[in-house]
Design a binder for this molecule. Structure first.
Ligand code: DGL
Length: 232
């Protein structure tokens, strides 16, 4: 039986899990939120590799035979290592959707929101060099968004997004996104799986001035493709 295991530093990757469940509701899934060790954004790569190996082993013990690294930061630091250490297991990773953003931008200015770890990774920098050479890419570290989403959804019960908490979320989003809009960005890439959880608020702040690019559905389709190829 096919069972797809997803892991992230916390609740972020549930946006990928939800997109996959919408696409393939009959496939069994497991989700591992490594909240005890998250966030990963500013950890050294070798620590992220160690944690990613532990997460993979835990999901394999739960019977998973495909692993989705539902975290841009962990993909950046660890996917090559994971593929080498577990050669029989198909891995699907995630990197910021800079390519479609750069190709579709009309202003030639693209904003990317992600963690420092993702921006330092090989995948992001190769994609940037290959597909965004003629485009101004504004890279913004938004660790505050990770903390807000964990505070909102990471506890035993989800906190209502209302009142003073909602105001704080809106203020934090505005402070990060408004400068990108002012600089002419017409695409905002959500390069961390915690950020699609804030998409309605990011879109509200953008107010039609920029398209917000959420890769969750594209990653879900990629998982389905890998399943069809490996478990026909
Ligand atoms: N959700 C993770 C990502 O996609 C990172 C958040 C963190 O742990 O800093 O990059």
């Amino acid at each position: 039986m096919t069972k797809v295991g997803f892991f992230d530093s916390g609740v972020g990757g549930t946006c990928i899990l939800a997109a996959f469940r919408r696409l393939c509701p009959d496939v069994a899934t497991e989700y591992l939120a490594d909240s005890a060790n998250g966030p990963y954004g500013n950890r050294p790569p070798e620590e992220i590799v160690r944690l990613s190996v532990a997460n993979t082993e835990a999901l394999l013990r739960r019977g998973c035979n495909v692993i989705v690294v539902a975290c841009n930061t962990a993909t950046a630091a660890a996917i090559d290592h994971l593929r080498a250490q577990f050669p029989a297991i198909p891995f699907v990773g995630i990197e910021p959707a800079l390519k479609p953003a750069a190709l579709r931008s009309k202003t030639g200015v693209v904003g990317v929101l992600a963690t420092a770890g993702t921006f330092h990774g090989r995948l992001y920098n190769e994609t940037k060099a290959r597909f965004a050479a003629g485009v101004t890419v504004l890279a913004v570290v938004a660790d505050e968004f990770v903390r807000l989403v964990e505070e909102w959804k990471g506890g035993p019960t989800e906190k209502p997004l209302a009142g003073a908490f909602r105001d704080r979320v809106e203020r934090t989003v505005r402070a990060k996104v408004e400068p990108l809009l002012k600089a002419g960005a017409d695409k905002i890439v959500l390069g961390c799986t915690h950020f699609p959880h804030l998409k309605p608020i990011i879109e509200q702040v953008c107010a039609g001035r920029a398209e917000v690019i959420d890769p969750s559905d594209a990653v879900a389709r990629q998982i389905r493709k890998v399943l069809a190829a490996r478990f026909p």
